[in-house]
Design a protein around this ligand. Structure first.
Ligand SMILES: Nc1ncnc2c1ncn2[C@@H]1O[C@H](COP(=O)(O)OP(=O)(O)OP(=O)(O)O)[C@@H](O)[C@H]1O
Ligand SMILES: [Mg+2]
Length: 349
């Protein structure tokens, strides 16, 4: 163990004091030679002086440093009293400076993450207003044209009203997605877990999306015939949303006349994995890491044409993470993509 700095300080101080008092003592005994002191007494005296000065200096020093350091602790802890009060106050300067350093680093880290978050927030707000602007201006455009006289032409007014309504639908869709995301992020969305047959759910989503798929002549299939139900545990409404978002993507970014295949496979001991594979445009590697970010789109113009705002995958990720499950993406540019997620099995198969 290293000797504390304060001990060394006290040791040398008392050493000097003892040394000088012994010189004075010698001078005194020699000049007044009539006083005779035995050398053992002198030695005893010196030892006593040394020990006492050492103890007094050490005690005073600790008290002094302790008081000063306590002041530092108090003023630093003003910033965040909860952090520092946990650690006991020390009178060792080295430990203190290490702790202050640690404290400063922590604060710096916090500031850095706050700045980052502030950046995200700004970007997010910018994205929202940008996303809302397009449909809003569309609606406004049609309404103004109607107000300018187009309303008198029955055929045109009908058409324009329908288009304006489409813009409103789009706005509602974005607001609904944002609402869901904010709920998922603030974690006040309670999962309503239950057991259900995943095969049946996938079939239902297939049926719901049939019209949409037909428009691009894309077929939605299982990879094989699933004879028996596969029971899983999860929030059925949320998982339906996940399947819908992934399947809609496979339709939107799949190639015309293409095929989307869904498979349900065994994954680890008590999990299954649902894979959704398309033979569409694929995603380049550099985009894959950011795919699940809010508003992230690979190709702005193409997604816009498909009416996407880049929230779909972000919602998917939130839901899967809320289930404590995993999501994976594999893709080959121009060849196709495979999105997959895991779910808890009801019974071990
Ligand atoms: N199956 C896929 N094949 C190719 N690219 C895809 C696929 N799925 C997603 N992407 C790319 O990832 C981007 C983000 O997808 P996401 O679902 O989050 O947003 P979106 O489909 O553009 O809009 P939204 O789902 O909110 O309507 C898409 O814009 C698209 O470029
Ligand atoms: Mg999408």
């Amino acid at each position: 163990m290293k000797i504390k700095k304060t001990y060394t300080f006290a040791f040398w101080s008392s050493f000097y004091i003892t040394f000088f008092t012994s010189i004075i003592l010698f001078i005194l005994t020699y000049s007044f030679s009539n006083i005779l002191i035995k050398p053992t007494y002198i030695l005893f005296y010196l030892v006593v002086v040394f020990v006492f000065t050492f103890l007094i200096i050490q005690y005073r020093l600790e008290k002094f440093i302790f008081q000063r350091i306590k002041k530092i602790y108090n003023s630093v802890s003003l910033l965040d009293s909860s952090d520092f009060n946990k650690t006991p106050i020390t009178s060792d300067v080295e430990t203190l400076s290490k702790e202050v350093q640690k404290f400063a680093e922590l604060k710096q880290q916090q500031i850095r993450s706050l700045t980052l978050r502030e950046g995200y927030r700004r970007e997010f707000l910018g994205n929202i207003s940008h996303e809302l602007k397009t449909p809003l201006f569309t609606v406004q455009g049609y309404l103004l044209t109607l107000a300018d006289g187009a309303i008198n032409d029955k055929k045109i007014s009908q058409k324009y009203l329908e288009r304006a309504n489409k813009g409103v639908d789009r706005l509602i869709e974005i607001v609904r997605d944002l609402d869901l995301i904010s709920k998922l992020e603030s974690a006040d969305l309670d999962l309503n877990k239950q057991s259900f047959n995943i095969i049946e759910l996938i079939q239902n989503v297939f049926d719901l999306l049939e019209m949409k798929a037909k428009k691009r002549n894309i077929s939605l299939f299982f990879d094989k015939h699933y004879e028996y139900p596969i029971m899983v545990i999860g929030d059925i409404k949320r998982i339906e949303q996940v399947l819908t978002n992934l399947l809609v993507n496979s339709i939107k970014y799949g190639k015309i006349n293409g095929v989307t295949l869904v498979s349900v496979e065994h994954f680890k001991k008590d999990k299954i994995i649902v894979k959704i594979t398309d033979n569409g445009e694929g995603i380049k590697k550099e985009h894959r890491a950011r795919l699940f970010e809010r508003f992230y789109r690979v190709d702005q113009s193409r997604s816009r044409e498909q009416g996407g705002s880049g929230l779909g995958l972000s919602i998917v990720k939130h839901i899967i993470e809320a289930h404590n499950e995993q999501i994976f993406v594999k893709s080959k540019f121009k060849k196709g993509s495979e999105f997959s997620f895991t779910l808890e099995k009801l019974e071990k198969i």
